[in-house]
Design a protein around this ligand. Structure first.
Ligand SMILES: Cc1ncc(COP(=O)(O)O)c(C=O)c1O
Length: 413
C-alpha cells in the first residue's frame, strides 16, 4: 500500500488546554512508589509486582495475571503462547492502534485484516465467519487460507475504544474452526461482557489469553505496562516463563529457550496497583463524561455515536464520534483552539508496514468510512463538565457549515 493513501493528519499543538486523556493520580500512587523505594525493591521481581498481579486477578476476573512491561509485550508473548508459528496467519480487525499487528509480525506470522461493523464499531464477526468458511479449507494439519496457502494460526480479537466485540460469537467461531484466541483488551480494562469482567472468558473454552495495557492514556495506568490474563494454568505458566527470559527455577542461569525480558518493574506495578484501586471511580467518571457528550452532541445530525451492544458494559475509554464527511479539518479546528482531539488510527492495511498483508472481504467496507470521518474527543477522568461543554461547543462550531449544507439550523433534528 502506498504512503499516499494515508490521510494528512494535523500535527497537535505543543501544549494543549484540554488534553485527550491524562492520568489522574489521586490515590495511593505516591505511597506505593515510596514503599518500593524505601524497601529497595524496585526491580521486576518483588512483592509489589505480586500484589499488582493478585489485584488484577481479583478485579479483572482471571485466575492468573502476568504483569508485563507493556501491552505490546503481553500481546507478543500471548500469541507465542497460544502457538502462533512463523508463516502462520492471524485473523484480526483492519483498524486499531498498530500494536496488535506489530505483535503478529514479531512472531514472523501474518495478519489477515477484516472489517469492523458499522453500528458497534467492533470486529465484524460475520465477515470473519465468511473468511473462515469460504476463504479457507480444512486440512489434516489445520485450517489453510486458500488465497495465500498459509495456515491460519489464531484469532486476534481487538476490543476497540472501550467497547467489546461479541465474545460468545467469537469463541464459538474459535471452537468451530479449532483456533486459539488472543483478546486484545488493551483499551477495555474494566469493561464487562454479559456482566463478566474482561479476564473471565480467557482460557475457558479454547486455548486463549487476554491482554490489557496500562500506558499513560489508558483508564488504569502504570506509566507503561500491561498484563496477560488467563484461566488456563498451563498458558499462565508458559507466559510467566517466556516473559522471564525463559529461566528455569533454581540456582544458576539455565534458559531452556529464547525468552524475553518483559516483566513489569516494581515502580510501575506500584502505580498500577494504586490506579487499579480507583478503577470503579474512573469507570463512573468515564460513564458520566460519555453521557454528557451524548446529551450535548446527540442532537447534532452530522454526528454519530457508536451503538453499545446489549452484551457489553463499556469502560468508555475514549469518546469517539463519526462526523459527516472528512474528520481531518474538524480535528485541526479543535486542535487550533487547544483541544486535543485525535484522528482515528490509520487502517492497518493502509500502512506501509503491512504492505502485502491480505484483507479478507471486499475492498472498502465500513473501515474506510470510519477512517475518514471518526475522531476522538478529550475523555480523561480529570475532564471537568465545563471542559466537556467547551469541547462540544467547539465541535458544533466546526461542523456548522456541514449542518447548514444539510439544511439544519441549530442543534435540533
Ligand atoms: C488496541 C491496543 N493494543 C495494544 C496496545 C499496546 O499497548 P502498550 O502501549 O501498553 O504497548 C494498545 C495501546 O494503546 C492498544 O490500543
Amino acid at each position: 500500500m502506498r504512503a499516499s493513501h494515508i490521510m494528512k493528519i494535523p500535527v497537535p499543538p505543543e501544549s494543549v488546554a484540554i488534553p485527550l486523556a491524562e492520568p489522574l493520580l489521586l490515590g495511593n500512587e505516591t505511597a506505593y512508589v515510596l514503599e518500593c523505594l524505601q524497601s529497595n525493591r524496585i526491580s521486576t521481581s518483588g512483592p509489589m509486582v505480586t500484589r499488582f498481579e493478585h489485584a488484577l486477578e481479583e478485579r479483572l476476573g482471571a485466575r492468573w495475571a502476568v504483569a508485563t512491561v507493556s501491552g505490546t509485550a503481553a500481546l507478543h508473548v500471548a500469541l507465542l503462547a497460544v502457538g502462533v508459528r512463523p508463516g502462520a496467519e492471524v485473523v484480526m480487525p483492519r483498524i486499531s492502534f498498530v500494536a496488535p499487528a506489530n505483535a503478529v509480525r514479531y512472531c514472523s506470522a501474518w495478519p489477515v485484516f477484516t472489517d469492523i461493523d458499522s453500528a458497534h464499531w467492533q470486529w465484524d464477526l460475520a465477515q470473519v465467519r465468511e473468511f473462515l468458511d469460504r476463504g479457507c479449507e480444512r486440512t489434516p494439519s489445520g485450517l489453510r487460507n486458500l488465497r495465500s496457502g498459509r495456515p491460519v494460526g489464531a484469532l486476534l480479537a481487538v476490543h476497540l475504544l472501550g467497547g467489546l466485540c461479541d465474545l460468545d460469537a467469537m469463541f464459538e467461531l474459535a471452537r468451530e474452526f479449532g483456533l486459539p484466541v488472543v483478546e486484545d483488551a488493551a483499551q477495555a480494562c474494566g469493561a464487562r461482557y454479559r456482566g463478566r469482567p474482561i479476564g473471565a472468558s480467557a482460557g475457558g473454552r479454547v486455548p486463549s489469553l487476554a491482554i490489557v495495557s496500562f500506558n499513560a492514556n489508558k483508564i488504569v495506568t502504570s506509566g507503561g505496562g500491561g498484563a496477560i490474563l488467563t484461566n488456563d494454568p498451563a498458558l499462565a505458566r508458559r507466559c510467566r516463563h517466556l516473559t522471564t527470559v525463559a529461566k528455569l527455577a533454581g540456582p544458576g542461569f539455565v534458559h531452556d529457550e529464547v525468552g524475553f525480558n518483559y516483566r513489569l518493574p516494581s515502580l510501575a506495578a506500584a502505580l498500577g496497583l494504586a490506579q487499579l484501586e480507583q478503577l470503579d471511580a474512573f469507570l463512573a467518571r468515564k460513564r458520566a463524561i460519555a453521557s454528557r457528550y451524548a446529551a450535548l452532541l446527540g442532537p447534532v445530525p452530522s454526528i454519530r455515536f457508536r451503538v453499545s451492544p446489549e452484551w457489553e458494559e463499556p469502560n468508555h475509554w475514549l469518546c469517539t464520534v463519526l462526523v459527516d464527511g472528512d474528520a481531518a479539518p474538524v480535528v485541526a479546528a479543535l486542535q487550533a483552539s487547544g483541544i486535543e482531539a485525535r484522528p482515528i488510527w490509520t487502517p492497518l492495511h493502509r500502512l506501509p508496514a503491512f504492505a502485502g498483508c491480505l484483507c479478507a472481504g471486499a475492498a472498502g467496507g465500513f473501515v474506510d468510512r470510519f477512517y475518514r470521518g471518526a475522531l476522538s474527543l478529550p475523555s480523561g477522568c480529570g475532564l471537568s463538565d465545563a471542559c466537556i461543554q467547551t469541547v462540544a461547543g467547539a465541535l458544533v462550531r466546526a461542523l456548522a457549515p456541514r449542518e447548514t449544507a444539510r439544511g439544519c439550523h441549530g442543534l435540533g433534528r
